[in-house]
Design a protein around this ligand. Structure first.
Ligand code: HEC
Ligand code: HEC
Length: 174
């Protein structure tokens, strides 16, 4: 027969474990969200200041591509280059193939001189691509609130610096 002492000791132990767990998993309201501030007022809640590259085009260091054939992010200052319109595109002034190579800017890839609807190669960058910053974004130097543990795997040795989407677009499609 189990003695009364053992039963009391066991129930005391379970109370300790239960309260211990409760303490360990309790969070204050401020800790619940990513912003770590009061939830009922915006008064003290301000976002971290953005800090975009001030390094001029031609002097910046390119970022590794986030994954194979990801659109490269913009490493240089874009002050004075935006907004973009179909007819007025400062980015193409430097990134259009022919000019880009001479100033050591990455030329737009084959996929940008291609009409996805008709499957035809174009003489100039497709107007469907005029809004470069819809896909290529400048990067603000802030600490991420949640660390990203994604590790890209590039199938080609230079996959972190170069793209070949048009060659691989239909891979696996029959
Ligand atoms: C004055 C010329 C110039 C202009 C204008 C310019 N760029 Fe650049 N860009 C460069 C150069 C040169 C590089 C290579 C890095 C460097 O040397 O700063 C570069 C790098 C890049 C990269 C990274 C390429 C890679 O291989 O990783 C992207 C993306 C980019 N620019 C997009 C843009 C967009 C979008 C615009 C318009 C908002 C723009 N650039 C305007 C010259 C320019
Ligand atoms: C709809 C999204 C989109 C738009 C708009 C777009 N791009 Fe891209 N860009 C991409 C993607 C995705 C890649 C990488 C895959 C590929 O196409 O080869 C890329 C690749 C690039 C590269 C790298 C080329 C290389 O050889 O690695 C440059 C430079 C570039 N784009 C410049 C531009 C410029 C300049 C514009 C505006 C005229 C522009 N892009 C508009 C999605 C876009």
């Amino acid at each position: 027969m189990v003695s009364t002492k053992i039963i009391i000791a066991a129930s005391l132990l379970s109370v300790f474990i239960a309260t211990g767990c409760a303490v360990a998993s309790s969070y204050s309201e401020e800790e619940l969200g990513l912003r770590k501030t009061e939830l009922y007022s915006e008064k003290t809640t301000t976002g971290e200041m953005t800090s975009y590259s001030k390094v001029a085009a031609g002097e910046s260091k390119v970022f590794a591509r986030a994954f194979e054939n990801a659109p490269p992010m913009i490493p240089h200052d874009v002050e004075g280059m935006l907004d973009l319109t179909k007819d007025n595109n400062s980015c193409l002034g430097c990134h259009v193939p022919g000019v880009a190579e001479t100033i050591k800017a990455t030329p737009t890839p084959k996929s940008h001189l291609y009409d996805m609807r008709t499957g035809k190669t174009l003489a100039e960058v497709s107007s469907a691509r005029y809004n470069c910053t819809a896909c290529h974004a400048p990067q603000s130097n802030n600490e991420p609130l949640v660390n990203n543990e994604f590790k890209p795997e590039y199938r080609k040795a230079d996959g972190a610096q170069k793209t070949n989407l048009l060659d691989t677009l239909n891979e696996g499609v029959k």
